[in-house]
Design a protein around this ligand. Structure first.
Ligand code: PXL
Length: 289
């Protein structure tokens, strides 16, 4: 097991501009997932997070009761505005809601130099639904995920449901996990991380990371908690944070997996439904111990 004390990124000196990242994602009014998870992850890791909001969800611990999309040109303008002035060394996408927003994000990313073929890596978390199954992406936007979003991904990080929706591959074991990774790479991602967290087959949570040449199996202790809302967002945010400091993709994913495992250990109940993963685990652990 990774010693949690080693899960650190270089810290900025007092008064020094920290590394900057950009999250392009939706707001979770319950404070557990989406940009709230991303920003807390980035903040705890010593980064400055810029935000392009894509949608405002109405949700609590029980579910998502609706959302309002931000106009696609406003999403794109947020990206251009912050990258042009503040500058970022990595970016991530979460909930993108619609084809029009995906297309606007892709165009802005190309323009400002974010994505697999640019200097600034892009982590794509292809969010399709909440943990309760409430849709966060229009059904007709899956095609844009396949043809517009994933081809721009330095790393794509779907869970098993998202893999099935995007590639048609139903992952049940190591072999189908490999087929799913190949299908995602064929769509154009540089690296595919097929998360096995929802494969309730063992005490480990086996993920497969591949670029078609390297196959890295990552397994971490399975933390058995119902309070894992926002775990996928936190994982993708921690990968983005590590990439922003120049880590390789395999090192960044290993770092992030260990990071989110600690976050799950520090998860807490909230409301009547599922509580969130705790991206502030380090701060809480330092305060308490
Ligand atoms: O965890 C995926 C996710 C991403 N973004 C937003 C969400 C959720 C899950 O509910 O609400 C805004």
């Amino acid at each position: 097991m990774t010693d949690p004390r080693t899960l650190r990124l270089p810290a900025p000196a007092r008064g020094e501009t920290p590394a900057r990242v950009l999250t392009i994602a939706g707001s979770d009014s319950g404070g557990g997932a989406g940009i709230q998870a991303d920003m807390r992850t980035f903040a705890t890791l010593g980064l400055h997070a810029c935000v392009a909001v894509t949608a405002v969800t109405v949700q609590n611990s029980v579910g998502v009761s609706g959302f309002s999309e931000i106009a696609p040109d406003v999403v794109a303008a947020q990206i251009r505005s912050v990258v042009g002035d503040i500058g970022v060394s990595a970016a991530k996408t979460g909930m993108l809601a619609s084809t029009a927003i995906i297309e606007a994000v892709a165009a802005a990313a190309d323009e400002v130099g974010i994505g697999r073929d640019h200097a600034v890596p892009l982590v794509v978390d292809p969010v399709a639904a909440s943990m309760h199954g409430d849709p966060l992406l229009a059904a007709d936007a899956l095609d844009a995920v396949r043809t517009v979003l994933i081809p721009r991904a330095t790393v794509v990080t779907p869970n098993l449901d998202e893999v099935r929706l995007i590639t048609g591959v139903q992952v049940t074991d190591a072999e189908s996990q490999r087929s799913a990774a190949h299908a995602l790479l064929e769509l154009g991602a540089r690296w595919a991380l097929v998360k096995g967290g929802h494969l309730r087959t063992s005490q480990f949570s086996p993920d497969l990371l591949s670029d078609g040449h390297e196959y890295v199996e990552l397994s971490a202790e399975r933390i058995d908690t119902p309070h894992d809302h926002g775990a996928g967002d936190t994982l993708a945010a921690a990968i983005t944070a590590a990439l922003s400091h120049g880590m390789t993709v395999p090192d960044a994913v290993a770092f992030a997996k260990a990071w989110v495992t600690e976050g799950l250990r520090w998860a807490y109940p909230l409301g009547a439904g599922h509580g969130p993963v705790n991206p502030l685990w380090r701060v809480w652990a330092d305060r308490i111990s």
